[in-house]
Structure formats: structure tokens, C-alpha cells
Design a protein around this ligand. Structure first.
Ligand SMILES: *Cc1c(COP(=O)(O)O)cnc(C)c1O
Length: 411
């Protein structure tokens, strides 16, 4: 998308607004499927939590993707978007048996990551096959906040507990149809990922009725110049060969599944905000924008970097700015950024804001969540209206403290 197209969207739809480029999502989907084209049965299950707008889900459905869901609401959203239950896998963590049973009733694939739930589910529903989430205890990437395969992680059933899983399976006569891992959000080193995959293959040999092996996600996208990006093409070459060899050994054509979120949608996203004020202090120049961590929390929550560009003045002289929000709280989007000269009223664009941006937005400070626009075939489609005051107030219930009865209660 060009800066002019983005600027026009900010003018037409107002700010703040999230804009997603459908072509980029499609391109990433094709890149991934192409990297694994030598695998006969490949399934990409888009991780809904990254960006859960129903039109984005429909776009991914039209490309042939399935979805990975982590709550019963995401399952319902997927069904509403037109996915069949077979195209949906439910991979929750820490949810109740009730919620898993509700998902099973809808006919979606079930992925269980806890021995207690596995035993209860298997005892009650031995005829419903389930997938198990394994923790291979491999540390992916360097950031412990987003690494979920290591020893102290709450995710998955430890690789050391396989004998216990086998006992549960035998005692309940349940069927394990898939095994899964999701080691975290940063595959920087393909060899580390392949190492974890070997652990998964070893585990797979112990289960005789598998249909698929799910390698989760963790594909890294570059957020700034010089960032390492997962080399999908190389991973595709190496893992496909290994997977095909494993299927021969196993004696069955299994499905290779992935569940990327960030890789598919992150780079498609542009978050457009307007500069309310430029404020000089003794040490810095602040650009204060009409947003905050209520709309984009990744910089404050994870220390993530998002490039910030002044699309209203792309040829202006570069100066240093600290870009902050309008929330009554420290909400720094970026410190000491070199940005083309900013005037009040300019529109700034945060790059790479497709994943875990809108989906983590809140109403903090009683602000509205932004509008969302999908750029599809050279046209801007509004896919979520900006909230209004009615959205802020609609579930709130007023107590009338002036009535006699309430006065009694307060006493
Ligand atoms: C969040 C999540 C993903 C997606 O991770 P990305 O880093 O966005 O690709 C995949 N699988 C599971 C189980 C998840 O919880």
C-alpha cells in the first residue's frame, strides 16, 4: 500500500484506524504453503487471536486456511466466518472441562494440554479423538516472555510425562489423533526448531492412530531493519524432507499442520493516528497522538519496536521525536525516533501492526476502540466501525442511590 492510499483512508474513515492489506496476507499464506509444497497433506491453521476480525477470517478461509482457536468464543467466531468444524482446532490452555466439551460438541478438533483434563475427557468421551500438546522443553528465542516451550512454562504436557499419557490412553481407550507443540513466538534458529521437531517425531512413534502432527508456530517477522526473520523457505525444505521420511517410517501419510498468527497478518497492518500536539520539554520533543496503549499495547507490554512514519510529510526534514499517547499513564510508543518533521494534525503510521494489536485493544480511559479497514483489490472496506459512547455504556448498570431502598443498603 502507498502512503497516499493510507492517508486517504485516514481522511475518509478518521483516526485512529487500523488498516490491513489483504494482498500481504495472501502473499504470506502462499509463501508458507509454497515452502512446504513437497508435503502431500499440509494444513495451515491461522491463529485467530492475532487478529480476529470476521472479514480477515473470511479472507483466510477463501485462501484455504483453517483456524487455530484458544477460546470457545473464537470457535464461535470461526463458525460464524464460515469455517466448517473440521477446519477448526481448539487449543486452549487452562480452560475448564466444560468449555472443552462445548467445543467438542460443535465438532471441532480438540487439543488437550493437561493430564488431568485428558483423563477426565477420555473417561467421559472415549469415542472423541483428541490431539495432545507436548512441551518439548526447548527454549525458542531469547525472550522468556514469549517462549512457551521451556521447562517452567504453563503450556503443554511435559515430554517426560509420555508414559503417564500412554497409561491414560490405555485405561480410557481414547484415541490420540494428533500431537502438537508450540514452542513460542521466536524461531530464530531453524536448527533449534528441527531439534524440537525430532522430539515430536519420537513422541509420535508411540501413538499408533495419528492423523496429523502440528508444529505450532513461532515464525518471526522483522519489525525493524536488521531484525532476523525466520527463513521459511529453508525450514520448508528441511522439515518437509524430514516429515516425508517420517511418514514412510510411520506407515501412513500424515498431515503436517502449522498455526501461524503473526507471520500471516503482522506485516499487513498499518495503524494510523493523528498528532494532537507537539510538546517541547527541556530534553526532548514529544509527538502526542490520539491513541495509547488502549489501542496498541505491544511497545509497553513487550517492549516491542514498531517503525513510525510521518505519512503527512514524507519528504520533511528528519528530526528526533518521542512518540507518546493520550492516556493518563506513561504510554511511550517509541523514544528518540528519527521521523520526518511532525506538525500538529499530521498522520503517523505504525508499521507491522496486524498481529496482537487491535486484538489486544481495550476501552481504558473510556476511549473507543479504533475502526478497522481492509484494503482489498485496491479498495478500502470498513470491517469494523469505530465504537461510540453506546459501546462504552451499554453493559453498565446504574444503581439509583437516591431511592429509599438503596439508601438503606448503603447504611
Ligand atoms: C498464539 C498461538 C499461536 C500463534 O503464534 P504466532 O507467534 O502469532 O505465530 C499458535 N499456536 C498457539 C497454540 C498459540 O497460542
Amino acid at each position: 500500500m502507498t502512503e497516499n492510499q493510507l492517508l486517504k483512508i485516514a481522511q475518509d474513515f478518521g483516526s485512529p484506524v487500523y488498516v490491513y492489506d489483504a494482498e500481504k496476507i495472501e502473499g504470506q499464506y502462499k509463501r508458507l504453503t509454497n515452502a512446504f509444497k513437497s508435503v502431500k497433506s499440509l494444513k495451515i491453521n491461522y491463529a485467530v487471536k492475532a487478529l480476529s476480525n470476521i472479514s480477515v477470517l473470511k479472507l483466510l478461509n477463501s485462501l484455504g486456511s483453517g483456524i487455530d482457536t484458544v477460546s470457545i468464543q473464537e470457535v464461535q467466531l470461526g463458525l460464524a466466518a464460515g469455517f466448517t468444524p473440521e477446519q477448526i482446532i481448539f487449543t486452549p490452555n487452562g480452560v475448564s472441562l466444560d468449555e472443552i466439551e462445548e467445543a467438542a460438541k460443535l465438532g471441532v478438533k480438540i487439543n488437550i494440554d493437561n493430564l488431568s483434563i485428558l483423563e477426565q475427557f477420555g473417561t467421559k468421551h472415549p469415542d472423541i479423538p483428541v490431539c495432545i500438546r507436548i512441551n518439548p522443553h526447548v527454549m525458542a528465542g531469547g525472550n522468556a516472555k514469549i517462549s512457551v516451550g521451556h521447562i517452567d512454562s504453563k503450556f503443554g504436557i511435559s515430554i517426560h510425562q509420555i508414559p503417564h499419557i500412554l497409561r491414560i490412553v490405555e485405561n480410557t481407550s481414547m484415541t490420540i489423533n494428533g500431537i502438537h507443540m508450540h514452542t513460542g513466538s521466536d524461531i530464530l534458529d531453524i536448527e533449534v526448531f528441527l531439534y524440537a521437531s525430532e522430539i515430536l517425531f519420537e513422541t509420535a512413534k508411540q501413538f499408533k492412530n495419528l492423523d496429523f502432527i502440528d508444529f505450532g508456530s513461532g515464525f518471526k517477522v522483522p519489525y525493524k531493519a536488521g531484525d532476523i526473520e525466520t527463513n521459511i523457505e529453508e525450514l520448508g525444505k528441511k522439515l518437509s524432507a524430514r516429515f516425508n521420511a517420517f511418514c514412510k517410517e510411520y506407515g501412513k501419510e500424515l498431515t503436517l499442520a502449522f498455526e501461524p498468527g503473526k507471520f500471516l497478518v503482522s506485516e499487513s497492518g498499518h495503524f494510523l493516528v493523528q498528532v494532537n500536539a507537539v510538546k517541547q520539554t527541556t530534553s526532548t520533543v514529544f509527538a502526542q497522538v490520539d491513541s495509547g496503549f488502549n489501542h496498541l499495547i505491544r511497545p509497553m507490554f513487550y517492549g516491542s519496536h514498531h517503525d513510525i512514519v510521518n505519512i503527512s510529510n514524507p519528504k520533511g526534514r528528519e528530526r528526533f521525536y518521542t512518540v507518546v499517547g493520550y492516556i493518563c499513564e506513561t504510554d511511550t510508543f517509541g523514544s528518540n525516533r528519527r521521523i520526518n518533521e511532525i506538525s500538529e494534525g499530521d498522520v503517523l503510521c505504525f508499521k507491522n501492526t496486524g498481529a496482537y494489536c487491535f486484538s489486544m485493544a481495550s476501552n481504558y480511559n473510556s476511549r473507543y476502540r479504533p475502526a478497522e479497514v481492509l484494503w482489498y483489490k485496491n479498495k478500502a472496506h470498513l470491517i469494523r466501525r469505530r465504537e461510540t459512547f453506546d459501546d462504552i455504556i451499554k453493559n453498565q448498570i446504574e444503581v439509583d442511590f437516591t431511592s429509599k431502598k438503596e439508601k438503606e443498603l448503603v447504611k
